[in-house]
Design a protein around this ligand. Sequence first.
Ligand code: ACO
Length: 313
Amino acid sequence: MGVRLVSTGSCLPDKVLSNFDLEKMVDTSDHWITTRTGIRERRISQGETTSDMATEAAFKALSSTSPEEVELIVVATATPDAFFPSTACKVQSKLGNKRAVAFDVSAACTGFIYALYVADSILRSKDIKNALVIGAERFSKIVNWEDRSTCILFGDGAGAVYLEASEDEGILAFDLGADGSYGELLSVPSVGSNEDFPFFVKMKGNEVFKIAVRTMVESAKRVLEKASLKAEDISLLIPHQANLRIINAVAQRLNIPQEKVFVNLDKYGNTSAASIPIALDEALRQGKLKKGDLVLLVAFGGGFTWGSCVIKV
Ligand code: ACO
């Protein structure tokens, strides 16, 4: 009994915000942003909500499946439309679905891997036969557009995968973890705290950077070991798209050559929980993955949280 990846979809808002646009908003330069991060532009919602983007990504992932048949919807997001109803419930309604179990998962940039793990475990319990797993974010709403150290990094978007319980093993292994003692290095307060509104992303970028590289490498090694695989067996590494220097350092330490590493953060920046499913969808549509290939997903984010997954597509 296994779980297979059937199809994917993604949604990016039309509005492009380039580094040159940011030069007019804060004291920064295209040169600083591209050399420090690899990001050239990002997409910004012009009114599309997180659930709007999640729903469009879901419709695309369901192109050959009826939305009414979906039995489980899990949305990973740190920027939900509302405290409740969950974004997953909103997606269910917009899909015209009335039967799916629906809830959100919160693990910042690792959210999609956490959500995938939850859906995979539920599908293996055999009660539920298929699932939509979505990563969707509208970070433009929680970024302080006057803080040059964070506002240049993030973008909006959504990615979705449709999974089915199957005889074959598609999702091969996971490695997940968290260390809450690092919480203050990367955070956005909310109403349960004693902090005052408005709530913005706060990050000690330099410290996050070092721990991100080390943790992503360790997690990737553990998941490869769990799947009895070596780095050279992997057809494509899809890392969380936070910073090109993090991605390059992780790939180098795993001995994965650059041509096997998927990068699209130049176009979209860091879309948090949406980054991996958007990248997975693009990699499949661009023919960078074919049936039977092994893809390694690796994420790191606020919490700190981390997660890796190996999928046979
Ligand atoms: N433009 C120009 N200068 C800037 C900018 C900017 N946009 N931002 C910061 N600077 C300046 C700083 O003020 C500092 O100046 P100083 O030396 O005079 O004090 C200098 O540039 C260097 O700043 P650092 O913060 O040390 O720069 P660094 O090389 O670390 O790059 C960055 C910053 C890009 C944020 C990097 O640390 C990073 O990518 N960190 C990890 C982010 C990440 O992975 N997050 C995890 C996931 S996100 C999530 O979970 C929600």
